[in-house]
Write a protein of this length. Structure first.
Lengths: 759, 759
């Protein structure tokens, strides 16, 4: 078979055919016989594995007859007599029947759930099946095997296709029962795929376009680690990344940004499959899309291939995959022309995009594939066994990989030690001690300056730290000095990533790097204001447990001259409202180090570290890196054992202002406490006693000082407190002038405080 | 002159040369003479106009000698003897000298401000000058003349170039004093251009990429209105849109989305000028950009032109503009190769991007253009006069346009009446009466369903209502039934816009439509969750006073099966924190109508109308469209003249839940008030007495019920109140199941309320 001779690596055949199934006759014809003992070549992992499957009561021969309905051979085998057929043709028939089964499961699941998106899933059944049966290297018994291929369904609404494939491939996470529970509360088959819910799902998708940068991030992670760890005699990092995107993904700007970077980085092990079905929700794509998309990708630097038809035959798609694998200088874009809602009366129209089919339509679909007598959710046992070939193949590959890893450990112990730190999450013992410390007498800097020192220490201690900026490396101060830029083929081991001016893709790629789950700790930097450009990806970091560090500088009107378009005001509030996202706004060097400490430790939680452009007034006496973990703490207090008369609560560059103002008030005899509320989310989850200790309910005179939106501060200042914030868009001007205009001066804070104290 | 024979319309020459300046000799040579009376062809609007300018004390001949430094003719005139020169060459010399002056003003302003972005401004000086001197049709004495060409500087950090051009062209908004006050607090020359600050700036730019969709929106508005109002004998809508974008804009996904749509819509009167200077902040573009950008634009459907050099000569750029104007089927992309920081020692490097030059560098720059003896901010009077030619031309065009409008009024009174409604802001008398009303007995619907009825009434009453969805028209229910799709050449008069899956461009284009300031009222629709994709453009709506209506449906976990990737949780909080953005979450039909009423009236304020996917429980007795204007009001109360014991505060689909829960409590004898807080921002700006009336400080037992983030609710429930919200990402499941899981049931609300009441 031509295709099986394509070797992915010297050791690993790409497409696993069934060399043990047939007796070849001299005439190169195949007569079918059942060699069940060969089918069970890996006896420990056949249908008797821990994955629960329906019993296989039929003999193989009976099953084949049932599968192919020989009396109706015209419709099921294309008129081919099974007794007189070569191996390739026979595999084609099997593939076709498996695809029928995939389609029927999709229809059954949608009808049962009365919800879901069958259109794309039906159209892509051949592609999905082919990937899981012939292309992807995975081990369903260990879905997180490091060296597996990564697959991303950017068009997440087509998840039913993936659920069905995962089920057939033997993933424990998707049983038939899970297919029956599609879109039900608490099921493992939610309406869009979530990596935290379903093993075998690599990333959470649904918001269109996002999967493309995720896939780019996964491919980048692979290329980077391969460059760092592979040896001429030992390839321990070697897998590919596949991504399916639909028309919606193709239109979204984020996919374009990511595609531009993928080509720039020459991520040749990335294959992007474009489901060109000419339909979106509102109708045919001609309503809003008239690009020559292949030429566009070519202009970006991609290898492009078009597959004109997959219906009923996967061979041209397989050929395209082979070509992609042979391309070693560019990522490959495969445009696959499909029919949305294939089989249904709605076929080829946007009506098939989502929702159920009417019963007559279902009946007709079943007739078309000779499925009439089968119950819903029926799986031909042959299909399970067919898919198991690939699963078994994956298991073999994993075993081989472990052998290689042993070899690597023995021959390259130093590199292996680092590699294992990564595989174990990326945090070596005692990494925290690398973080710098500051004393109140140290020269002051902007918090982005403190951050620069932290990051450049962390990169030495953390083998997985990698990241960059959306063309603001010098302003964000995140460049890893002494480390190269990630670049292929020049320096894929480089740990600085140059994202260009592409914030959204940067965040999506960072999610992919994090969800590669290989101990890489990605950071993504830009101005805080431009978090607006990557908001959805940041949300997905939190939702999908991707521990990305967002380093966001120029974090208030304090950035000065660039003015309202660049001055963040409401961004902190918006980010603080995102569930599971930690937002730190450190006040000085020690708090910056403390923020990194918590952010790095929180490997399944993303963090924002919000940093000033301008120098802060001081390294505050009383700030502590370790206290950052509580989210809020007492920085200073002159009230001794009694309660203070007033609490000033600040964050970031305004904490110094609180401290300065407190000192003015203290000189006048007032008892004043200063609290740093460096991370609301961490403070909120502290025990009630601790919160009461820091912000005693008996002290109702409280002033918060933060150069951002007042939104949310009432929670901490209470009903009688005063919030000093910014509720307009700021103004262009020198930093001290803007701060003065908006009331961020000691004079104003003292005035506000006194008006409270004198009440 | 070849180029002047290019007619933009039959009536209007594109490039205005100086037909009155020179005596042509028989030998087609030009001897210079001064015909000041011809220079003052429009005596009321020459240098004696209200625009204050330095006195012109020099004679024209003296000035020319000074300008061209004849003794140094090698460097200033390229060796050409002014006495022996043809008209075109002479114009070239003048142009060149004007460009020198533009550059020197840029340098002076940056040095004086010790801030700003000179690099791009210097590199594009020829292009900027050429546009304002030879291309754009505008009248500085009436910067808002309807039929002016629109110019957008998407690379907003280059605004100094635009400020200088506006100054030289005679815009009152930028005096020399304003150039001296660059980036100073309160100046008319902020760090990035703001249309609300400086006349002559069409849109607010700075966040990269945004100007491109703005320009697309402006061009769409022109094409749409031209199709609706122009007559074979009377063209009253006819202008072009020009946009400059830099490398950063080119990388941003939003520009790609917008470019794709511009080509799809065949916006041939749009010209996008790409400043190809090979540099971004972090270094050469090769760090992160390796596209064949012209081919990419061609693949999208653009006409593409490359101008290899503009240094010292604008003729090839002018030729490109001519070609763009001749192209009548596609928008035109002009790639102009420039040198960032032209003249400086930093020329051609990213170091020139922002910041001042050292003094030696400034000296050398001045030497290069023979500027040594001039004071900072010097303008050669010739330059003002040269620019005034274009300004005068624009004034003539405006006069001609007014004549046309008179003709149009006489001949087509009906159309003219509609056109004038648009020019006056788009709100005809009594438009509000079109809004439907509902009574409590009417069948219930989702609020998106009520919205559909409102929008389809509004479109009949408001000639300017135009908009669409990012491929969710059927889900958002915003299709304007009976109106066509905007499409060229088929139906540019269509008022439904098909954005495809491009939320970010949709919002940016909507800003452009709104800022066309021609009475068009754009709406942009998608799911609330995908506001994340267009956050920065929404912010810019608010900042730039673009009264866009954002119709955002599927506004809570109540959307059900699609699950966490599609369930908005924190979006309302994030949007409410945006200054000047009104966020409405109406509860039923009447509140939906009320939200539209305020949103439409607020023509310089953007609004979000947040709508449910699921049916609401009832048309609530007590809701009123007119009350929406207060932002919050009492819906029901059984406490008579005394204070209630408890206040339930709800929004949107949860208001019914409050009402139902209140009724349960009332039956048990409690005095309960229900308050609808439909728009926080409007409520916040009510007088203190009104707020006290609705939420009396004496009632501390308050419960808020909103299926979204708790962020910000403390402001309304007070320190003792309880916030029922969602602080995770929701869950995939049937709507009632998810609502139950998160506590949005009468049972739970009553339970929470009682626990408060029993305290």
């Amino acid at each position: 078979m031509a295709i099986s001779s394509l070797l992915f690596t010297p050791h690993l055949p790409l497409f696993t055919t069934k060399p043990f199934l047939y007796h070849k006759t001299r005439s190169n014809r195949t007569s079918i016989s059942v060699q069940s003992e060969l089918r069970s070549a890996n006896p420990s992992h056949t249908s008797t594995s821990h994955v629960s499957r329906p019993d296989h009561k039929l003999s193989w021969r009976d099953e084949l007859q049932q599968v192919f309905h020989q009396p109706d051979k015209d419709s099921t085998t294309g008129g081919i007599d099974l007794e007189d057929i070569d191996e390739e043709s026979f595999q084609r028939l099997i593939d076709k029947r498996c695809v029928d089964n995939v389609r029927m499961l999709i229809v059954d699941a949608v009808q049962n759930a009365k919800a879901g998106h069958p259109g794309m899933a039906l159209g892509l059944a051949e592609v999905g099946y082919c990937l899981y049966r012939h292309v992807l290297r995975y081990n369903p018994r260990n879905p997180t095997w490091f060296n597996r291929d990564r697959f991303v369904l950017s068009a997440g609404h087509g998840c039913l296709l993936q659920y069905v494939c995962l089920h057939l491939a033997g993933f424990d996470s998707v049983q038939l029962e899970d297919l029956r529970r599609l879109c039900k509360l608490g099921s493992r088959t939610p309406g869009h795929p979530e990596n935290t819910v379903t093993d075998g799902i690599e990333v959470t998708t649904g918001p269109l376009g996002q999967g493309v940068p995720n896939a780019v991030g996964l491919a980048l992670a692979e290329a980077h680690l391969a460059a760092r760890f592979n040896k001429p005699d030992c390839t321990i990092v070697d897998h590919r990344t596949y991504c399916i995107m639909g028309d919606g993904c193709a239109m979204e700007g984020i996919s374009h940004e990511a595609a531009s970077l993928a080509a720039h980085w020459k991520l040749h092990k990335l294959t992007l499959i474009y489901d060109d079905n000419h339909n979106t929700i509102d109708g045919p794509t001609t309503l809003a899309f008239s690009e020559d998309i292949s030429t566009r990708f070519k202009a970006l630097g991609w290898n492009t291939i078009t597959v004109d038809n997959t219906q009923g035959d996967i061979s041209s798609f397989k050929d395209a995959i082979s070509a992609a694998i042979n391309e070693t200088g560019k990522p490959t874009f495969i445009r696959v022309k499909t029919l949305i809602g294939r089989l249904s009366e709605k076929e080829g129209t946007s009506k098939a995009h989502h929702g159920t089919f009417d019963e007559a339509d279902v009946r007709k679909m079943r007739e078309k594939v000779k499925w009439n007598n089968r119950e819903p959710f029926n799986v031909i046992p042959m299909v399970y066994r067919e898919m198991q070939i690939q699963a078994n193949h994956g298991e073999t590959l994993e075993r081989e990989w472990h052998s290689k890893l042993d070899y690597f450990r023995n021959k390259y112990p130093k590199e292996a030690a680092e590699f294992e730190v990564l595989l174990n999450g990326g945090l070596p013992t005692d990494w925290e001690s690398c973080l710098p410390k500051w004393s109140a007498s140290d020269p002051v800097d902007a918090t982005r300056g403190y951050s620069e020192k932290c990051v450049n220490q962390l990169v030495k201690a953390l083998p997985g730290l990698i990241g960059g900026s959306a063309d603001l490396a010098s302003s964000n101060k995140v460049y890893l000095h002494g480390y190269q830029d990630f670049s292929q083929p020049e320096s894929p081991w480089g740990r600085n990533i140059r994202y260009g001016v592409r914030e959204h893709a940067m965040a999506g790629i960072s999610n992919g790097i994090a969800l590669h789950k290989s101990g890489l700790i990605p950071f993504a930097a830009t101005f805080l204001i431009f978090s607006d450009y990557m908001k959805n990806s940041m949300r997905l970091s939190a939702l999908s447990h991707a521990g990305v560090l967002y380093i966001l500088t120029h974090d208030s009107i304090g950035l000065g001259e660039d003015g309202p378009t660049h001055q963040p005001v409401e961004q902190l509030a918006g980010l603080r409202a995102v569930p599971r996202l930690l937002v730190f706004r450190p006040a000085d060097g020690n708090e910056t180090a403390g923020a990194y400490r918590v952010a790095i430790k929180s490997r399944d939680v993303p963090s924002v570290i919000s940093l000033s452009r301008q120098k802060v007034a001081a390294n505050v006496e009383g700030t502590l890196a370790t206290e950052v973990e509580q989210g809020g703490y007492i920085v200073s207090d002159n009230s001794g054992k009694s309660l203070p008369e007033l609490i000033l609560i600040g964050t970031g560059s305004e904490l110094c202002l609180c401290e300065g103002s407190a000192n003015v008030l203290r000189k006048e005899g007032w008892k004043v406490r200063v609290v740093s509320l460096v991370c609301w989310q961490l403070f909120d989850r502290q025990p009630a006693e601790y919160k009461e200790h820091v912000l005693p309910s008996g002290v109702t005179k409280r002033v918060s000082v933060e150069a951002g939106s007042p939104m949310g501060w009432r929670e901490y200042v209470g009903g009688e407190g005063v919030v000093i914030g910014v509720d307009t868009f700021g103004a262009s001007g020198a930093y001290l002038d803007t701060f003065k205009k908006f009331g961020f001066t000691e004079e104003n804070v003292v005035k506000v405080a006194k008006s409270l104290l004198h009440q």
